[in-house]
Design a protein around this ligand. Structure first.
Ligand code: HPA
Length: 273
């Protein structure tokens, strides 16, 4: 057994000492988007700090815990808070919670984040369905000995974001009369925001929104064969577009302001998954 898999099994055992809940769907709630977890019928909560070998988030607004419960009929596990590479964690550590949720039983991963809008038709507070991603600007989370128990050495990434799940999200947004853009998410390491020229370069590369998470989580999930979908909340226009400076509080506030609409879209989509 690989060291990484051994570590996962130890964490899984710690989870199983607290709950035997088997989720169908895993959600990662990005900054300012944690309110969804408060609205599910909670069965159990486990702070990441109680799990051996687990990366623990240090950023304000990312209080880290798993929340297990029911959203209607659906059994979900939410990650309220995630760790980021900029905290000093290796990409392989950052994706450990994703792999653990897979081992708990989750077959679907719903990723969310706050991101800066690169596409100039976006506006702060809009939602973007993640259709694809650019991840090669950060280190691949699968670097290191392959965890054979999870997936193959060279997993295909032709279509990371599941077409059927994405279509459900599109349909639900239409039913709710909720504006939903589509685009390509670019992950950078952070923690500094981008320069104006970074943003211009990312636009030329085909990016629609930029953030500091998500893409490596999607890679780890696809490696394990999970079906993946995702939504970005555009909390601000990326650097250089409006001429305004970026700050974390503004980003958080903007994400908070759409949290209700976001929650309704996530809830309706999950019910239809
Ligand atoms: N850049 C990177 N990450 C972000 C941004 C941004 O503009 N907004 C929210 N997360």
């Amino acid at each position: 057994m690989s060291v990484a898999y051994d570590k996962l099994q130890t964490a899984l055992k710690a989870v199983r000492e607290k709950t035997d809940f088997v989720p169908d769907i895993a959600l990662v709630l990005g900054s300012g988007l944690g309110a969804y977890a408060d609205s599910i019928r909670t069965v159990c909560e486990i702070p990441y700090s109680e799990l051996p070998g687990f990366p623990v988030s240090t950023v304000q607004g990312h209080s880290g815990k798993f929340i297990f419960g029911y959203d209607g009929e659906k059994k979900v596990v939410c990650m309220k808070g995630r760790v980021h590479m900029y905290e000093g964690y290796e990409p392989s550590d950052v994706v450990m919670p994703i792999r653990l949720m897979y081992l708990m039983g989750a077959k679907i991963l719903f990723l969310t984040n706050a991101a800066g809008g690169i596409n100039e038709s976006f506006h702060p507070g809009c939602l973007m369905l993640i259709e694809d991603q650019i991840s090669f600007l950060v280190r691949n989370p699968l670097i290191g000995p392959n965890v054979e128990e999870l997936g193959t050495r060279f997993p295909d990434m032709t279509r990371i974001y599941d077409k059927d799940l994405s279509q459900i999200i599109i349909d639900k947004a239409a039913e709710q009369n909720s504006e939903l853009f589509k685009g390509v998410y670019v992950q950078l390491s952070g923690p500094s925001y981008e320069s104006s020229s970074d943003v211009k370069a990312l636009r030329i590369l085909g990016g629609s929104a930029v953030g500091m998470s998500t893409a490596i989580e999607a890679i780890a999930a696809r490696h394990a064969g999970m079906r993946v979908c995702g939504i970005s909340v555009i909390s601000n226009m990326a650097a250089g577009i409006t001429g305004e400076e970026l700050n974390h509080e503004e980003v958080q506030k903007a994400a908070d302001s759409v949290s209700k609409r976001f929650e309704e879209l996530v809830r309706a989509s999950i019910a239809a998954f």
